[in-house]
Design a protein around this ligand. Structure first.
Ligand SMILES: [Zn+2]
Ligand SMILES: [Zn+2]
Length: 200
């Protein structure tokens, strides 16, 4: 008899999740709304409640100049195509440069995104002092999944990461940009990394 009432009780879905409705960081800057589709396969990011997706946004000072959302399946497929040397180099960069244990402590801020993206995750320069920077967040529906994302990387660190990647891997990035972004030649020179996004 009493069970009908209890079904309305709100239960936390996951302690590391945060309902994003009022937070614009990982919404599309173009539309002002949450991303709707995976840039690669076109899948609706709203349809599968179990499929996380990455939102990546690149900025020159506070102007967003490049953004996309990619579903976990496409992200994993693409990362799987990277050369073994590039995969190792990326792993080594993040292992040595990102202080993962320090980041985990940011969970104590509760639902705040800002502490996670205030400084470059690799060199610690404040985001506001970097000429260009990128933000990455992993989302599930309207919720953000914490630790180690969301994160910020400054343009210098993105350049450094690119310098570690093999020709084959850079080619995969170039293809991704060519296929998915419809823009006049030269436009991607405006990217922090000149041509390629770095977060994946
Ligand atoms: Zn996809
Ligand atoms: Zn940096």
């Amino acid at each position: 008899m009493a069970s009908a009432g209890t079904t309305n009780q709100k239960r936390p879905i996951h302690s590391h999740f945060y309902i994003l409705d009022s937070d614009p960081y990982f919404h599309s800057s173009e539309t002002g709304k949450p991303f709707q589709d995976c840039i690669s396969c076109g899948l609706s990011l709203r349809d599968d409640p179990n499929l996380p997706f990455l939102v990546a946004k690149s900025y020159r000072s506070d102007e967003c100049i490049f953004e996309y959302a990619i579903c976990e399946d496409c992200r994993a497929n693409m990362a799987g195509e990277f050369s073994p040397e590039s995969q190792q180099a990326l792993a080594a960069f993040f292992t040595h440069r990102v202080k993962f244990e320090e980041r985990t402590k940011l969970l104590s801020f509760g639902d705040l995104i800002e502490p996670w993206i205030q400084t470059c995750a690799a060199c610690n320069i404040p985001r506001t002092e970097a000429q260009t920077h990128s933000l990455g967040g992993i989302l599930l529906g309207d919720s953000i999944i914490y630790d180690p994302y969301p994160l910020c990387l400054c343009g210098d660190c993105e350049d450094e990461i690119q310098s570690l990647l093999s020709k084959k891997t850079l080619g995969i990035w170039d293809e991704f940009v060519q296929i998915n972004f419809d823009s006049p030649p030269g436009h991607h020179r405006d990217l922090p990394t000149h041509r390629r996004p770095v977060l994946l």
